[in-house]
Design a binder for this molecule. Structure first.
Ligand code: FAD
Length: 432
């Protein structure tokens, strides 16, 4: 008789959520689960976010990664994941990363650095679709992903040990469903909001023994730090003959540097010619000193990250009004966009400014605000070693844990940390 598959809802299609499926697939265990993903936004990736631009004339696609920039392999813990992703060309190693990225922190433990040649969203897409360790059968089919579906609340049943959930779709539909287990990979403020709707903030965290008697999830989550905030600005330029030559000389004159941290500027902290992720500006092969150059018709993609103080200052201006309510001021946003374009045209890449044009413009420009950027202090410090997830016990016995919390806030905002969290959650699901 076929075994009943565990019906699991994973909330959030970012790195942590998608990597849970990856680890189950690695174990050849997908057929034991009926996995469902709910994602509130209309795209995959979360903070593994990519902005795309298709040039109408040539059909060429360019991209910028608006949040995560490069992935560092600090340990061999997940060497097999990096190696697989490299084999499948989902990630490429940056040769001589310190020569390509100016101002990169000298991380003594860093073994290698990687970037995705098709953008970070493609890493999440890969985690959601590949089936290592499983035969290509219906049981290892891609995950069931619902975009634009927001989890609103969850209610554990004390009798049959299932969890009832309510979601809203952007179309206005309300969704009600029941799962054997629910995993929240949402950032802390959102997780708190969801749990508070059904009074679950007072549930116990089963795998946490604090010094005080208070081991509620509310107390557990209050141990985490805040999230930093940043603007990310993407600008795409179709190169003509003149600007392609100027860009190649700019890179050569800067000793091949494609990316830099700017610690002198009040507004900008990070500048990247994103095309290096597709090999532009890098040596054509190991032996050659010749680099892949830009030519007419290529699209140059630029990414700027603002400094944190600039983002906070602009957001305060944006949301302050005389009566204290929040407002969205489009004129203010337009001014921010012009300030970013001004930096590109007047400071970093003056050759992109077209003679005779009074205002600065790009073929496409996108402004993102990362309200929830990177966690300042993870919960790791308050968890016993080896635990990178929180198991909620809505009842006293606590032996029927069906709600699991995990996300980058458990260990810190980077790739390896999210893999640790996802691996811990997949192991827990396997033990159910
Ligand atoms: C500006 C910036 C730069 C960074 N640079 C780097 C870097 O260089 N290297 C590196 O390794 N890391 C970097 N990071 C950190 C890295 O991007 C994150 O740690 C990682 O992407 C977090 O993944 P996650 O899945 O835990 O969370 P998220 O990516 O936030 O995923 C959570 C998902 O849940 C969804 N969601 C939220 N609420 C709901 C709901 N109610 N219902 C359904 N879905 C919901 C969200 O839309 C999101 O997709 C950077 C992050 C930022 C913002």
């Amino acid at each position: 008789m076929a075994l009943q598959r565990l019906r699991v809802l994973i909330v959030g299609c970012g790195l942590s959520g998608s990597a849970i499926r990856h680890f189950l697939a690695e174990k050849g265990a997908l057929s034991r689960f009926d996995l469902h993903f709910w994602e509130s936004s209309d795209r995959l990736g979360g903070r593994f976010a990519t902005s795309y631009f298709t040039d109408q004339e040539s059909g060429r696609v360019a991209f910028t990664d608006t949040a995560a920039q490069y992935l560092t392999r600090f340990t061999e813990d997940f060497g097999f994941v990096f190696d697989r992703l490299e084999e499948d060309r989902v990630l490429i190693r940056i040769p001589n990363a310190h020569h390509v990225i100016e101002g990169m922190k000298a991380e003594h433990h860093a073994l290698k650095h990687y970037v995705p040649p098709r953008g970070y969203q493609s890493v999440v897409e890969h985690f959601l679709t590949h089936s290592y360790g499983e035969s290509a059968s219906a049981s290892s089919a891609p995950a069931k992903v619902n975009l634009s579906r927001r989890l609103i609340s969850l209610t554990p049943s004390m009798t049959d040990h299932t969890v009832a959930v309510v979601g809203h779709e952007s179309s206005g539909n309300e969704i009600r469903d029941t799962f054997d287990a629910v995993v929240l990979t949402t950032p802390v403020p959102i997780t708190k909001e969801i749990l508070s709707r059904t009074n679950l903030l007072h549930s116990k965290v089963q795998n946490w023994s604090p010094d005080t008697v208070d081991n509620t999830v509310e107390s557990f989550l209050s141990g985490t730090g805040s999230y930093s905030q940043r603007y990310a600005f993407s600008a795409f330029y179709r190169l003509n003959k003149h600007s392609a030559i100027a860009l190649n000389s700019h890179i050569a004159n800067n000793n091949g540097i494609m990316v830099k941290y700017d610690f002198e500027d009040d507004m900008i902290r990070f500048v990247s010619i994103e095309n290096y992720k597709q090999g532009y500006g890098l040596p054509l092969d190991h032996e050659s000193s010749k680099v892949k150059e830009f030519t007419e018709g290529d699209v140059m993609s630029i990414l700027l990250h603002s400094s944190i103080p600039y983002a906070i200052d602009k957001q305060q201006q944006q949301t302050c009004s005389s009566d204290g309510t929040s407002i969205t001021n489009t004129q203010q946003l337009e001014r921010v966009v012009q300030e970013f374009l001004n930096k590109i045209h007047a400071k970093y890449f003056p050759f992109l400014h077209k003679e005779g044009h009074h205002s600065f413009s790009a073929d496409k420009a996108v402004l993102n605000f990362w309200d929830i950027s990177q966690i300042t202090r993870p919960t790791h410090s308050i968890l016993p070693t080896g635990n990178h997830l929180a198991l909620l016990s809505p009842n006293q016995e606590g032996n029927q844990v069906k709600i699991i919390l995990g996300g980058d806030y458990m260990r810190g905002s980077n790739f390896e940390n999210c893999l640790h969290v996802a691996k811990g959650i997949s192991d827990r699901l396997l033990s159910m």
